[in-house]
Design a protein around this ligand. Structure first.
Ligand code: MD3
Ligand code: FE
Length: 203
């Protein structure tokens, strides 16, 4: 099942459901080396979603700004490599959405607990906006807010469930988007948590 949100933005419902347990095992391996942490925005706010990364570079925010870096500032080590199941899934999902030859080099992993949210923003720290972004939802469901090219455009709301994969490219690549505060719940694989894998070509 495939649902279009906008030109070149689709949700592949349940695309990763059968891989959910394996993807979560890979998340546990990554976070043993690069633990989840609550980053601080340039404006001084601590983010409610906890984050970590794997891949050649990882996305960061601190008082100095938003950027990608090859080193985890918490450990001083390079980020763990991209697990093979992440790369395979990203490539297959991009293919299914009509983006051939997508090769991600970075994955931001977000962890939401009840009440955590992500305010409306654009993803614009990547070098090449022509590559799509593939996002995988695991665990508790969330309400995804999908706006337009302008911050003021009223966002539409989409429920993203365990195993749903979204692919964003073309004009949708720079759309404003966010995540509404997570509702409490209990998922058989993740308990009171939602994980989101955002696979990108950052370099
Ligand atoms: C639409 N994460 O990490 S993923 C992010 O659920 C982020 O954790 C959200 O937005 C999450 O930056 C949403 C879906 C997503 C990712 C990138 C996009 C949607 C997007 C880029 C352009 C438009
Ligand atoms: Fe984003």
């Amino acid at each position: 099942a495939c649902e279009a949100m906008a030109p070149r933005a689709v949700v592949l419902r349940g695309f990763a459901r059968d891989d959910g347990a394996a993807l979560l095992r890979a998340v546990a391996i990554v976070t043993a080396q690069a633990p989840f942490r609550h980053m601080v925005t340039p404006g001084g706010f601590t983010m409610s979603a906890a984050m970590t990364n794997c891949g050649r570079v990882g996305w960061l925010t601190d008082r100095k700004g938003y950027r990608y870096d090859a080193v985890d500032p918490e450990t001083g080590l390079p980020w763990p490599g991209l697990p093979e199941p992440f790369v395979a899934l990203a490539r297959h999902a991009a293919d299914a959405a009509g983006f051939a030859d997508f090769v991600p080099d970075a994955c931001l992993i977000n962890r939401y607990e009840p009440g955590a949210r992500l305010s409306l923003h654009q993803d614009r720290n990547e070098r090449d906006f022509s590559a799509p972004i593939v996002s995988v939802s695991l665990g508790l469901p969330a309400v995804f807010l999908f706006g337009g090219a302008q911050r003021n455009d009223r966002p539409r709301r989409y429920r993203l469930e365990h195993g749903d994969v979204a692919v964003w490219g073309g004009p949708a690549r720079l759309a404003f988007h966010g995540v509404a505060p997570l509702a409490d719940g209990d998922h058989p694989l993740t308990g009171r948590q939602r994980f989101n894998l955002t696979l990108r070509k950052a370099l």
